[in-house]
Design a protein around this ligand. Structure first.
Ligand code: CAA
Length: 382
């Protein structure tokens, strides 16, 4: 077993780290406090290949592998979690599905624009009444005689919804067929019948804009059906499997940033005449933080490696996301605790890391859903 990275992987990691530390991290507090969408930074990431890491170069991407994606996501998330959320939706949820199921025209039109950072993408599965139980969706796509579909309904919690030009949408085209009646569509938000609702005020990842969207007699031509009719749920689940590797990486990046700040602090901060890092209770926390970080990283790299090899990775992605997101929550919690009052203050980024970490246990499948996916894979029972 070879644990080393290739030269290309290390180069991409280095490029991501430089942008994260020189550009993104210095503005993270501003973006957190104002909630301002970091458009210029996202364009910069696109110009550096980071919005389409696994997208082949002929479609405007970096043509790299899933391990490279993990390494780059960790760096961007360590700079600012909100930026990595936008990056993860563009890379995993938007580009992945089109690359796998899209036509040549769809790849040229939609993937290229997102991979080059010229436009923002989104993924619309969740609805006001259906989150974890995704097949309970009500958004309807009614097929017309000419092969087009008319879409009506609402989607909620759409990451990048307020700014997205293109969206991968899942709608019920044949409700009597349940999950086999869901179809995926490519949506252009500049077309009539598309409306944006209120932007969600969020606990963390505040510069990642999230809103409800609504379709009122929005017409999709047959050329914008993604994959086969009725294949939408499988496309969504396959895309989310890949997305979970991205969220695991994001969780690792947030946790690593909190851990590194904590290491500095325990070396410098003195109490009772000694650095607090010499106290056994602090040492135990440091050791546990490090173990959780390393375990999360290795599990995430395993899932990414399997994906890169074209092997099944659904359960491994769930294991990585569950482990890394719960580790991030625990590590950021301990980081705040070790910093004491300074951890609770907005003058340091610890409380932001803690707020940002929470979403990784919720989106792209809650921890409860990850446990369900893992247990079903292990037992073979449903
Ligand atoms: N890949 C491909 N196909 C899959 C699959 C996968 N990973 N998982 C299930 N399927 C297929 C099944 O094989 C089955 O196919 P058949 O009809 O041919 O038998 C079909 O899909 C239905 O599967 P299930 O019966 O297992 O479906 P279910 O209703 O029990 O749901 C679930 C399974 C795992 C709970 C799923 O609903 C799920 O993952 N829910 C969570 C949804 C989620 O992650 N939402 C996140 C929203 S997006 C987001 O957060 C984005 C953002 O903003 C950043």
């Amino acid at each position: 077993m070879d644990f080393s990275f290739t030269e290309e992987q290390l180069m991409l990691q280095d490029a991501a780290r430089r942008i994260a530390q020189d550009v993104i991290a210095p503005s993270a507090e501003h973006h957190d406090q104002t909630g301002e969408f970091p458009l210029a930074n996202i364009q910069l990431l696109g110009e550096n290949g980071l919005m389409g890491i696994e997208v082949p170069t002929e479609y405007g991407g970096a043509g790299m592998d899933p391990v490279s994606y993990v390494l780059a996501m960790i760096e961007i998330a360590a700079g600012d979690a909100a930026h990595s959320t936008i990056m993860s939706v563009n890379n995993s949820l938007f580009c992945n599905g089109i690359l796998k199921f899209g036509t040549e025209e769809q790849k040229q039109k939609y993937v290229r624009a997102i991979a080059e950072g010229r436009e923002i993408g989104a993924f619309a599965l969740t609805e006001p009444q259906s989150g974890s139980d995704a097949t309970a969706m009500r958004c309807r796509a009614v097929k017309q005689a000419d092969g087009s579909f008319v879409i009506n309904g609402k989607k909620s919690w759409i990451t990048s919804g307020p700014v997205a030009r293109y969206i991968v949408l899942f709608a019920m085209s044949e409700p009597e067929k349940g999950s086999r009646g869901i179809t995926a569509f490519m949506i252009d938000t500049a077309k009539p019948g598309f409306h944006r609702g209120k932007t969600e005020p969020k606990l963390g990842i505040r510069a990642s804009a999230t809103c409800e969207i609504e379709f009122a007699d929005y017409v999709v031509g047959p050329e914008d059906v993604l994959g086969e009719e009725g294949q939408g749920f499988k496309i969504a689940m396959g895309v989310l499997d890949a997305g979970r590797i991205g969220i695991a990486s994001q969780a690792i990046g947030i946790a690593r940033a909190a851990y590194e700040k904590t290491l500095e602090y325990v070396r410098e901060r003195k109490a009772f005449g000694a650095p607090i890092g010499t106290f056994q209770m602090t040492q135990a926390k440091i050791a546990d933080m490090k173990c959780k970080l390393d375990a999360s990283l290795l599990l995430t790299l395993r899932a990414a490696w399997l994906k890169g090899q074209g092997k099944p990775f659904s359960a491994e992605a769930a294991i990585a996301k569950l482990t890394a997101s719960e580790a991030a929550m625990w590590i950021t919690h301990q980081a705040v605790q070790i910093h004491g009052g300074m951890g609770y203050s907005k003058e340091m980024p610890l409380e932001r890391y803690f707020r940002d970490a929470k979403i990784t246990e919720i989106y792209e499948g809650t921890s409860e859903i990850q446990r369900m996916v893992i247990a079903r894979a292990e037992t073979g029972l449903r």
